[in-house]
Write a new protein. Structure first.
Length: 323
């Protein structure tokens, strides 16, 4: 059995216990250890929860072992206002499964998985009444931010496929099994590996940002170059960029528009500029000719889109130029 599969709560340092108790009693216990949370009991539980919370000191960090069979546990903005988050909780799933929802992301934890919860942000833990046990190492938020910066905040799933995950689990297993007198040294080793993981995440995020920025820049250039071709659309653009249509659309999210809307805007601006240039006297600059040469193959669609964007029909622009 590898270190990522070792149940930390099996350590002789940990007392695992459960008992049937009321929701209010279990809520009070969790609040005394972890801060303000609300519990929702599982259906058909008659308003009672089988669980408990044990506390130990791991290295120099307070640690809670939470066992429960609730439907869900919730921490919202109202609770955060009453009880500001002073800790990041390194949550290690030790038994059962749990869905974590934080900062518009959802992650399922299975035994061995780890997630760094930010108590300063709203969070929801969904258990659906399944018996679950989690080890929660409380890491002071201020110290963590001083060490690692904002990268450690907001809620982070620790990627189980990353080699640093295995290293972290191995050190944690050592911390939970060794004599407490040597644990501080292991604790610092663990934080060093965690810091290396954060730097790796930052590097990968930076690469993604640069890649996304590069795709978007190339996309905008290709739109400017090919917009006058009526057959040029999102599918052709994606092919030229060698990305999927869905990936291409995601790149335009920060601009607040789609590829189609960008194409339409470029074509309409081109048409208006040509209309403002006036008639060349050869009939090549009629409204219909301008529409077709600007990338439109449907004249009625051109008239409707032009009016929606500029508030006047294309004929009014031509009249002003002729005066």
């Amino acid at each position: 059995m590898g270190p990522d599969n070792v149940k930390l709560a099996n350590s002789p340092l940990v007392r695992v216990r459960t008992r049937l108790q009321s929701v209010d009693e279990m809520t009070c216990t969790i609040r005394n250890v972890c801060g303000h949370f609300e519990l929702e009991p599982a259906e058909h539980s008659c308003g009672r929860i089988n669980g408990d919370v044990s506390t130990i000191s791991v290295s120099r960090f307070e640690t809670a072992i939470v066992s429960l069979n609730a439907k869900r546990v919730l921490r919202d903005k109202r609770m955060i206002k009453r009880d500001p988050g002073e800790n990041l909780f390194l949550l290690i799933q030790d038994k059962g499964n749990c869905w974590i929802h934080q900062n518009e992301t959802s992650v399922q934890l299975t035994p061995g998985d780890m997630y760094l919860v930010d108590s300063a942000h709203s969070s929801e833990f969904v258990y659906n009444g399944v018996d679950a046990r989690q080890v929660s190492i409380h890491l002071p938020r201020a110290e963590m931010m001083h060490r690692f910066g904002k990268i450690c905040t907001g809620g982070i799933a620790i990627d189980r496929t990353d080699p640093l995950f295995v290293a972290m689990r191995a050190v944690l297993t050592k911390i939970f099994s060794d004599d407490i007198s040597v644990a501080p040294h292991h604790g610092e080793a663990f934080l060093s590996i965690l810091g290396a993981y954060f730097r790796s995440v930052e590097h990968q995020d930076a690469l993604k940002d640069r890649t996304s920025s590069g795709v978007l820049s190339r996309a905008l250039c290709l739109i400017d170059r090919h917009a006058m071709d009526a057959d040029f659309g999102p599918q052709r653009l994606a092919e030229l960029l060698q990305v999927s249509p869905r990936t291409l659309q995601r790149q335009f999210g920060p601009l607040g528009e789609t590829v189609g809307k960008r194409l339409l805007a470029v074509r309409l601006e081109t048409a208006r500029a040509r209309l403002n240039a006036g008639d060349d006297g050869a009939g090549r600059n009629t409204i219909a000719a301008v529409a077709y040469e600007s990338g439109f193959n449907d004249l009625s669609y051109f008239y409707r889109s032009f009016r929606e964007r500029f508030g006047v029909p294309p004929g009014d622009v031509r009249k002003k130029v002729s005066l």
